[in-house]
Design a protein around this ligand. Structure first.
Ligand code: UDP
Ligand code: MG
Length: 320
């Protein structure tokens, strides 16, 4: 079943307060993709408060291949990418940052690799131009961790510059900082993921929108991903398992209390024995865990069956 695509390529650019770089980036993109049949460029303005939007509107008015999606507020880079992907009409999708750190000159290389039969080709910023302590080091650790836990072997999940076959990402719903986990989610459904080294340039205009706290969000997202991966359809296995363990602990504590009162020579009084309280506590915890598991089961059903809700609100789309 081959779908008909309007364009060969959609370049998707999330923009949040990048007034100084969008024009130059636009020119670089046009130059880089000139050899590729038909393409569109989608800028997603994530509620910029500087002049980004008016610059983008200007670009759009002079070039019918450009579309600008303007968000009602700042919903974050993941939401911006998600909107871009959803509104794209190309066969191949290539997202990249608006600040000029990703090099549009790498686009043909990514596509060439994709055409060798992969569904996703991820950029690897091997020589990353960011500060070491707050950006590169946390990223190295996070990437190792993600790789280990998800089993998807990439060096640089966080690189925005990637190439996707449209059909391999359109169905994926994104939350939080999860755009970096697209290769993981895709890999679970059998997609083939590859990586190539890409150029990375220092930020020369504007400033970064992130700090160290993103690392914590990424780690929490990773826990969610792992949970979803292993138990998204059966959360009761996790919570129920913990509940059963708690019951077991309660039973053992109770047994010791019983032994100390009736069998051992000391005949310890039951109501002064802390193990009795431990047993009571563990029984309560066990019941809580199991109830939580059942609640999660209901939530999971809602999650899988509800109509796809969006994680962003669009203000307007400017197009020819
Ligand atoms: N961005 C966005 N919404 C946000 C934060 C960032 O659309 O809330 C865009 C930003 O304009 C840039 C890309 O996401 O094009 C990456 O952001 P940034 O360069 O600050 O991240 P870094 O390169 O420092 O990881
Ligand atoms: Mg950047």
């Amino acid at each position: 079943m081959d779908q008909i695509y309007q364009f060969e390529l959609s370049v998707i650019v999330p923009v949040y307060n990048e007034e100084e770089s969008v024009q130059k980036l636009y020119e670089e993109i046009v130059e880089a993709v000139s050899g590729i049949g038909s393409y569109e460029i989608i800028f997603v303005d994530d509620g910029s408060t500087d002049k980004s939007l008016s610059f983008l509107q200007d670009i759009q008015q002079h070039d019918s291949r450009v579309r600008v999606i303007r968000f009602r507020g700042n919903f974050g880079q993941t939401a911006a990418l998600s909107a871009g992907i959803e509104h794209s009409r190309g066969r191949i999708l290539v997202p990249l940052d608006a600040d000029g750190q990703n090099d549009p000159g790498d686009i043909p290389k990514l596509i060439e690799e994709l055409e060798k039969g992969y569904d996703i080709v991820s950029g690897w910023r091997k020589d990353r131009q960011d500060t070491f302590l707050t950006r590169k080091l946390p990223s190295i650790i996070a990437n190792k961790l993600i790789s280990k836990i998800t089993g998807v072997k990439l060096h640089d999940f966080g690189c925005t510059l990637k190439a996707y076959r449209a059909e391999s990402v359109k169905e994926i719903n994104l939350y939080g900082e999860m755009h970096r986990f697209i290769p993981v989610l895709a890999n679970w459904s059998g997609e083939k993921v590859m990586e190539v080294e890409v150029n990375h340039r220092p930020r020369t205009t504007g400033k970064t929108k992130y700090g160290l706290n993103r690392t914590f969000k990424v780690v929490l997202d990773l826990i969610t991903i792992k949970f979803l991966m292993s138990f998204s359809t059966k959360p009761i296995y996790v919570f129920g398992g913990l509940g059963v363990l708690s019951f077991l602990g309660a039973f053992l504590s109770g047994l010791v209390v019983f032994y100390q009162k009736f069998i051992s020579a000391q005949h310890l009084s039951m109501n002064r024995n802390p193990l009795l309280f431990l047993a009571a506590l563990l029984i309560t915890t066990a019941i809580q865990f199991i109830l939580m598991g059942l609640l999660a089961e209901i939530l999971v059903r809602t999650y899988h069956e509800s109509q796809g809700r969006k994680i962003y609100v669009i203000d307007k789309i400017y197009e020819s």
